[in-house]
Design a protein around this ligand. Structure first.
Ligand code: TYD
Length: 408
């Protein structure tokens, strides 16, 4: 682990630390039974604000090889994400009409779920995925995938072997990459001059307004708003051609970046106005966010303990990385939750990091329905509440932890 002393974008050395969620284990480090007796590594999790460029960022950086060489998360196991990526591919095709056979590159391509949509449009695709287990799965499914970290030198190699792509994608990647500058130099080197770099990142304004504090974990080094993104891309002679505020992952930005763009389109200035209104350039906003987080912990624990005292059975619904932050930060263990359930095969049969709660497939939830389900995967609330209509009809209740713990 290294500690960053300067801003990831503007190198300002005066960062304001406003929140500590650690020490805490890595959010995706699910354990096998024989690992439960061995002590797990805990790391600090400190969050800072740069008053110069506006970037919210972690103070600590864990080595990417530790975080991403073997990865628990598979895009294809989330039906809502499959639908989301099908929509993204369709939007890009409509907006840019790339010719069939054009090259599409996905940085952090996971199991190839997003690229498979472009394959259906007869485009050439290449995934770049550092997690060996996940890259292998994508290749087996017929999506050409390089098992590597994307950086400037890999960009040179791809360019000479495959040519320049019309489309480069990076969904939920810009927050994860330790060497952001090398990534962007690589994108600039690789992208065709009339190409587009499409990114999606969770939106800081949503994180603050909905108190989505559990999306803060070691994999997410940065929490973006439009203002720091404008500064970032301009450093690499690129600019935002268009931006959309979308609902995925609790509220995200989809940003279309192109070379040689130097003016701000109205979609950018509208969001810059929203950011001013949300006071994201005031340190007080971050101090209030930290207070809101403590309040959620207090209220959630008192709600869960009261239900437990009444003899209720409670389980966790979903075992996302964010759920592990919530459970560890609030210290919710097996004295409260009987188990958690998750659709990801890798997580099933394992135990959650830190709190050591067993993870079962969804079938366990239907076999042993609890009185209350703590919705850890709150970003899929609509889909999950719809899916579990029968459980709810039978009297089962969901507890949604943010922005204020609530029984629904
Ligand atoms: P997600 O919120 O996408 O990511 P993160 O790990 O970054 O916080 O993860 C959602 C998790 O919830 C994932 O492990 C799959 C699981 N899940 C279910 O168990 N059931 C469901 O119906 C859905 C939609 C997801």
């Amino acid at each position: 682990m290294t500690t960053r002393l300067a801003c990831h974008i503007c190198q300002n050395k005066k960062l304001h630390k406003f929140l500590s969620l650690g020490p805490i284990p890595l959010a995706n480090s699910f354990l096998q039974q024989d690992q439960l007796s061995v002590s797990e590594p805990y790391y600090p999790l400190d969050v800072c604000y740069c008053s110069n460029c506006g970037l919210v960022q972690l103070a600590q950086v864990i080595a990417p090889e530790i975080l991403f060489k073997n990865y628990a998360y598979l895009t294809g196991t989330s039906e809502p994400m499959k639908a989301h990526f099908a929509g993204l591919a369709e939007d890009i095709i409509k907006k840019f009409s790339p010719p069939s056979g054009a090259l599409v590159i996905d940085i952090g391509s996971n199991d190839g779920t997003l690229l498979q949509n472009f394959q259906r449009y007869n485009m050439r695709v290449l995934g770049i995925e550092p997690a060996t287990n996940v890259a292998k799965l994508a290749s087996l499914r017929g999506t050409e995938t390089l098992n590597d970290f994307f950086n400037e030198s890999l960009a040179h190699k791809i360019c000479s072997e495959k040519g320049q792509p019309r489309i480069i994608l990076a969904t939920n990647v810009l927050a994860h990459v330790a060497d952001l500058e090398s990534l962007l130099r690589g994108v600039n080197r690789l992208l065709a001059s009339d190409g587009v770099f499409v990114i999606e990142v969770p939106y800081l304004v949503d994180m603050l307004s909905k108190v989505e504090f559990d999306t803060i974990y070691h994999e997410h080094l940065r929490y973006f708003a439009v203002r720091p993104l404008v500064t970032l891309f301009s450093k690499f002679d690129m600019g935002i051609a268009d931006v959309e505020h979308i609902s995925v992952h609790g509220g995200s930005l989809r940003v279309y970046v192109q070379k040689f763009i130097h003016s701000l389109p109205s979609s950018v200035t509208e969001l810059l106005d929203l950011e001013t209104e949300a006071k994201i350039d005031s340190l007080e906003t971050y101090q209030k966010f930290a207070e809101d987080i403590s309040r959620i912990k207090e209220e959630l624990l008192s709600l869960l303990k009261a239900l437990k005292n009444q003899g209720a059975k409670i389980a966790g619904y979903g075992a996302p990385a964010k759920g592990n932050i919530l459970l560890n930060y609030c210290q919710i263990g097996m004295d409260i939750l009987d188990y958690v359930t998750d659709t990801t095969p890798f997580k099933q049969g394992r135990y959650t990091p830190g709190m050591h709660i067993p993870v079962f497939p969804e079938s366990h939830f239907h076999e042993f329905p609890p009185d209350y389900a703590l919705l850890l995967a709150w970003n899929y609330a609509d889909e999950i509440l719809r899916e579990e209509e029968r459980y709810r009809q039978a009297g089962g209740r969901f507890i949604v932890p943010i922005p204020r713990p609530q029984i629904v």
